[in-house]
Write a protein that binds this ligand. Structure first.
Ligand code: F6P
Length: 328
């Protein structure tokens, strides 16, 4: 018989993502609804190790559904990778009578949580929060939709100046390992070329394609480059390479960087975060543990963390084809 859960700890860990606050709010209010105490730990696992927390009531999470970032702050804890760090964390949870944890973050966060749960018998439930959307077990992660909209808005602005000056723009977007942001924002913003980590189109084919575009009458072009693209070149080196092969083009580089992680969450992310937050608490109270909540075809599902870290996610390759056709 699993222990009755009276206190839940919640934290945000890894790269922050818009909508994390909406998820915290949902966890806190679901706890209150089911008469469970909720403690918010600051800076992810590091806050648990340092016993840095706040008791959260429904009113303490007012006016945050619309805020980017995370009121609990976020970090990647090196101490938690070590057994001593996890022991310290467990001691603090015991002292504060914390029976279970809700972890808002990415797969690194969940991997740490699973080890912790197995070592100290603390049930954990993960909520996927990362702008990269690269988590197996959910079609969408919290923050991805907002980041996409931010990127598309930025590229729309770049398009104005690119077209006024007949320039070729290379826009680097986030995605160290995954091309979701590049691919979807690229199609959404009408980019000519999209470079992603999952597919190597090759430098020659990039140049050929840009030359074809120019011959067809295009006076400006936009190339969206995921930071982890497979060309092996930085976005600046890439621009330089193309310049050598197309000296007639005046090119510029924009690195969108961390602005993609900020801003008020989109309605989609707020609703997703609210649903996942409530469900995470309900799953814990139902006796489920070591799972991540996710969304699949509009339904909230649970997947064992073990399968999430082993499984892989898939980008939509059809979008590459669509992009090719539309950039004619
Ligand atoms: O949040 C995910 C991510 O944005 C990656 O795409 C990026 O490479 C990374 O975080 C950078 O994060 P940081 O600067 O916090 O290490």
């Amino acid at each position: 018989m699993p222990k009755k859960i009276k206190t839940i700890g919640v934290m945000t860990s890894g790269g922050d993502a818009p909508g994390m606050n909406a998820a915290i709010r949902a966890v806190v209010r679901a706890c209150a609804y089911y008469d469970v105490k909720c403690l918010g730990f600051y800076r992810g696992y590091q806050g648990i190790i340092e016993n840095d927390f706040i008791e959260l009531s429904p009113r303490s999470v007012k006016n945050i559904i619309n805020k980017g970032g995370t009121i609990l702050k976020s970090a990647r804890s090196d101490d938690f990778r070590k057994k001593e760090g996890r022991e310290k964390a467990y001691e603090n949870l015991k002292v504060n009578d914390v029976d279970a944890l809700v972890l808002i973050g990415g797969d690194g966060t969940f991997t740490g949580g699973l080890i912790f749960s197995q070592e100290f018998d603390i049930p954990v439930v993960g909520i996927p929060g990362t702008i990269d959307n690269d988590i197996h077990g959910t079609q969408f992660t919290i923050g991805y939709d907002t980041a996409l909209n931010t990127v598309v808005e930025a590229i729309d602005k770049i398009r104005d100046t690119a077209s006024s000056h007949n320039r070729l723009f290379f826009v680097e977007v986030m995605g160290r390992d995954a091309g979701f942001i590049a691919l979807n924002s690229g199609v959404g913003a009408g980019a000519e070329e999209i470079l992603i980590p999952e597919e190597n189109i090759g430098l020659d084919s990039l140049v050929d394609s840009l030359k074809r575009s120019k011959r067809s009458g295009k006076t400006s072009s936009i190339v969206v480059v995921a930071e982890g693209d497979r060309t092996g070149k930085s976005v600046f080196e890439l621009a330089e390479y193309v310049k050598q092969h197309m000296p007639e083009y005046n090119s510029r580089v924009t690195v969108l960087g961390h602005l993609q992680r900020g801003g008020s969450p989109s309605c989609f992310d707020r609703v997703l975060a609210s649903r996942l937050g409530v469900k995470s608490v309900e799953f814990l109270l139902d006796g489920q543990r070591d799972i991540m909540v996710g969304i699949e075809n509009t339904e909230i599902i649970a997947t064992k963390i073990d399968n999430i870290t082993k499984g892989s996610y898939d980008i939509n390759r059809e979008l590459l084809r669509i992009s090719d056709i539309l950039s004619i």
